[in-house]
Design a binder for this molecule. Sequence first.
Ligand code: ZN
Ligand code: ZN
Length: 357
Amino acid sequence: MVEKRIAMFRQQFDTIGIDAALIISDVNRNYLTGFTGDESFAIITKDKAFFITDSRYTEQAKNEVKNFEIIEYKAPSVYDYIKKIVIDNGIKRIGFEEDRINFLQYMKFKEFLEGIELVKLDGAVEKLRIIKDEDEIEYISKAAQIADEAFLHILDFIKPNMKEKDVALELEFFMRQKGASKSSFDSIVASGKRSSLPHGVASDKVIEKGDFLTLDFGCLYEGYCSDMTRTIVIGKADDRQKEIYNIVLEANEAALKAIRPNMACCEIDKIARDIITNKGYGDRFGHGLGHGVGREIHESPRVSVLSKDVLEVGMVITDEPGIYIPEYGGVRIEDLILVTEDGYKVLSKSPKELIEL
Ligand code: ZN
Ligand code: ZN
C-alpha cells in the first residue's frame, strides 16, 4: 500500500519540478511511510527513500517503515543529516510542505541547504490522500460505527442537570472502550443558547429541560477520523424547535441524495443552502456544508460555495447543514459519507428523526 502511494507521489515530481521531497508533517509522513510515531523526517528521491528519526523511535521505525533506509540522528541537529542526504544524492530542488513547516524550520532549512532550491509541494500528498483506499475506508467506517454506538449510549446517559463536560467525557471514555485511540477532535456538546455556537466545545453549563443539545463528535481508529453531529431536545420539543430541526433535516437529506461522482462540491452545498435560505434562515447558516475526512478531521475536498472540488469515487465527506440563532440556539445534523460508483454510502448510521429525551 505504502509502495503504491510513494510511486504515485513520485509521478508528480516532474510536474512540481523537484528531484526529492522532505516530508515532516505527521499525517503526510505516516501516510507515505506507515510509521505511526511522530517527530521524524522522510526524504523521498526519485529512486531512494530515507527515514530519519531519533533513538526513541528507531526500533519502531525498523518495524513499521519498509523500503526506507532508516537513519538514527543524534542531537543537536537533524539538519546536518538532512543536508548530507541532499548533498550525497545530488538533490538540487527539494519539495517542502510549505503549509506544515514553521518559520524557525524554514529559516534552518534555508541556512543548512544553501544553494538548494526549496520548492512548495502545493498539497501534493494531500491530493493523494483525497481518494481513500479499501483499508482507509474500513478504518473510517469502523470509527463511524464506534461513534454511532457512542451516540446510542449517550442518549441513555444524558439526564437534565448534567454538565456538558460530563457528556463529553463519557463520549470519549465510551469510544476508547470500544477500541478508538482517542476523540478525533474536542467533542462539541452545546446546549440551550450555546447550541447557536457552531463550535461550542463542552463547557460547565448544565443541560436543562427544553434545551436543544448539539453533539458533534467522532473518534480516531487506526489513525483515521470519524465525524458526526446530532441535535436532540431535552424534554418535549416546541413548535419552533421542530420547525428549525425539520428545515435542517430536509437540507441534509436533499444534499445527501445529490451526492455522486462528478458532482461539483459547490452544487451539493447549494442544494442544502437553498432550502435553508428559502425558509428564511440563509443568514443563519454561516459555514460550508461539509469537508473531507480521513487522517485529519478537516481535509480536502471542501464542500462549500467557493469549492472548486468535484466528487470522485473513494472520497469521504460530511454533509452538515445547520441553523444557528444567537441567544436562542441552533441545530446541526452531520453525516459522514463515502462517494461510491452509484452515488453514496452513509457511514454514520445514527437515527436522524428528532429525538426528545
Ligand atoms: Zn462534526
Ligand atoms: Zn464536520
